[in-house]
Design a protein around this ligand. Sequence first.
Ligand SMILES: CC(C)(COP(=O)(O)OP(=O)(O)OC[C@H]1O[C@@H](n2cnc3c(N)ncnc32)[C@H](O)[C@@H]1OP(=O)(O)O)[C@@H](O)C(=O)NCCC(=O)NCCS
Length: 203
Amino acid sequence: MREESLALSGASIRELGAAEAEARLTELADILLDAVAHGASVNFMAGLTREEGRAFWRRQVADIAAGEKRLFVGERDGRLVATVLLIYAPQPNAPHRAEIGKMLVLSSERRQGLGRRLLAAAEKAAAAAGRTLLLLDTESGSAGDKLYRSCGWIEYGRVPDHAYRTDGRLAETTMFYKRLADRPSPEIRVMAAQAGIQETAES
Ligand SMILES: CC(C)(COP(=O)(O)OP(=O)(O)OC[C@H]1O[C@@H](n2cnc3c(N)ncnc32)[C@H](O)[C@@H]1OP(=O)(O)O)[C@@H](O)C(=O)NCCC(=O)NCCS
C-alpha cells in the first residue's frame, strides 16, 4: 500500500496494490454497483449483482498483480469511495500509451472535487511511468464527459449508438485523449529502442 497524497477535504487519494484490492473486493464492487444504480454507462447493465461486481474487480486484481494496470482510490474514514484504473497499453508499439478506466465516485461523494483529484493522481503516475499519451471514452454529455473536458482532455471522435445505457437506450460515446508531454520520455524511448522500435526524426 503506497500513500500518494493526503486530502484537503477529508478524503485521501492513494494507490491500492493487488493484495489490498483483493481484500477489499466488496467495497470496490459496491462503488461499481452504486454507479450502475445511478445510471452510469460503465460497461454494465442495471441489475449488476455484488458477486458480478466482485468478479469484475477480481479480474482487475490479477492484471494489477501482473503490472498491467494500476488502481487509485479515494478513501474517506477508512471506506473506499472512488476508483480509477490506469491501464498500460500492452502493444509493443505503444510503450508510451495508457488508458483510463472505471473512473467512479460514489454518488454521495460527487461534486466535491474527488474525481478531478483522482484523475490528476492517475495522470501523475502515468507521466512518472513514461505513459505520456492517455486515452479514454465515455458517454457523450455525461458527468464524465464534463469532468474530462474540465481537466484538459481533448475530444477526438464520437461513435453513435456505441453502447446501451442502463435504461436500455443506445447512447453515443465520445473519445478523448490527453498528452502529458510533447514526446515520449527518454526512458520510454530507450525501452522502445531496446524493443526494436526505430524512431524517425519526424515521429
Ligand atoms: C464522472 C464522475 C467520476 C465525476 O466525479 P466528481 O467527483 O463528481 O467530479 P468533480 O467533483 O471532481 O468534478 C470536477 C469537474 O468536472 C465537471 N463535472 C463533474 N460532474 C459534473 C456534472 N454532473 N455536471 C456537470 N459538470 C460536472 C465540473 O466541471 C466539475 O467542476 P466543478 O464542480 O468545479 O464545476 C462521477 O460523476 C461519477 O462517478 N459518475 C458515474 C461514473 C461515470 O460515469 N464515470 C465516467 C465513466 S468513463
